[in-house]
Design a protein around this ligand. Sequence first.
Ligand SMILES: Nc1nc2c(ncn2[C@@H]2O[C@H](COP(=O)(O)OP(=O)(O)OP(=O)(O)O)[C@@H](O)[C@H]2O)c(=O)[nH]1
Ligand SMILES: [Mg+2]
Length: 474
Amino acid sequence: MTEEIKNRVVVIDDTGEETRAKTEEEVAKENQEMEYAFKSPDKNPEPQLDPSVLEKLKAIKMSKEEGKEMKAVAKRDRSLYFGVVGLGQAGSRVAETFYGLGYEACVFNTATQDLEHINLPENRKVYLPFALGGAGKELDNGRAAVEQNGELIINKLNDIFSERQDMILLAISGGGGTGSGGAESILGLISSLGKPIGVIYILPMESEDALSKHNSVVTLGRLAKMASSDVITSLIVIDNAKIEVIYPGLSKADFWVTANEAIVSPLHIFNYLSAQSTKYDSLDSMDFGRVFTAGDCTIYGMIEVENYMETTAIAEAVVENLEGGLLADDFNLKETRFGGFIVVGNEKVLSELPAMNINYASHMISEICNSPSLVSGVYEMPIEKNVVRVYTMFSGLGLPSARIEALKKEADEKMSTLKEKEKSRADRMAVDYGAGTETQSKVQEVHRMIQQKKSGFGQLTKVAEKKITDRRKR
Ligand SMILES: Nc1nc2c(ncn2[C@@H]2O[C@H](COP(=O)(O)OP(=O)(O)OP(=O)(O)O)[C@@H](O)[C@H]2O)c(=O)[nH]1
Ligand SMILES: [Mg+2]
């Protein structure tokens, strides 16, 4: 048995089907004949090929190719294959949530201890050596950490992502130092992959400090510029302050998990369902692509309706809650360039839901976003509760100016209080030089120190920068 297998040449085509089997003797004979033919072409006039056989072969080839194409389409279980990059702690956690849903992902952080808690394979977590670890909410540190580790980052991006990824999503928070400060630089590195880029940008909670709010406004301004010059295809703004309102009373530990699910899930639902077939109206992959890549700011969210059998219940929920269900406030929905919504329910719910109820809701959404190009779909999902969920997405929006103003005001107010405190503390710590004639406050002293580049935190990072550069050079 083994002998026979050894002496046979088996030709297997790319579908795995065994098509021919020859003995070694047969192959040797054929090779000899072929060699002879090459050496004496005039003795072997070109064989006449049978056109009908050729036709048959062509037909087989074509049907095979079509089969392959169909297989490829069927295999695509989502409209866009995202590659997700997380930078900093919040970004890493969001990327981890995407990874759990089958998206390619990798994360970068300046703090090893934060990377440890990210549930991703080790080769997808990259520590960016910088200073003492962490950017300490300093934007400049975040930028420097990314720039100093540019090669490490680009190598990892090329390693993890391939042609399969249609689009790269960068997830970051605005409030910290690593994600927020490093955003622009890492976007420069990501753009070398030559794919469209989306940014998931997280604004701080109400209770957070002035520096977080200040950072988030500064970076949002930078990202908005990149979005208007199309370096970023879509800028998705998520507001933790809004998520706090939607999911009140959660413990800190539960809050992040819930928040990150709320951020990732609607986008995944749109992406996933638009690649599925439905017995009802479909919002196809093209529709989703158009909505998601319409440019400028994008927002999305979900509302749930229990009394869906009442004719206008879904429409009323839309009017009352559509904005409440979105993950950020103060956008002017009338600016929507492309909008879409998906109605989801279980088999029972959708079989009894009158089309009229959805039509009323559609009419209201259309009016709220004033968009002539609103796409929609109705999809069945195995939801336990008998409810209708409406997922909405709006793109092409300007910045949420009222929210930015509020963040700015809070940041400025608190920052100036802090400055006041520092000043009065400095006055209390005044140092008397000489015979009481020349007094120099600690504040002036610090200024002098900064000028000489000898301030505490700055110096610490400078020393560390040097160390890192030296190590890399060796
Ligand atoms: N939605 C969400 N927000 C988070 C999460 N973790 C932190 N944040 C928010 O992110 C901000 C803090 O930024 P981090 O991402 O922790 O900071 P970083 O980028 O690691 O920067 P440094 O720690 O300063 O080096 C705050 O506004 C938090 O509210 C999370 O898992 N989900
Ligand atoms: Mg951090």
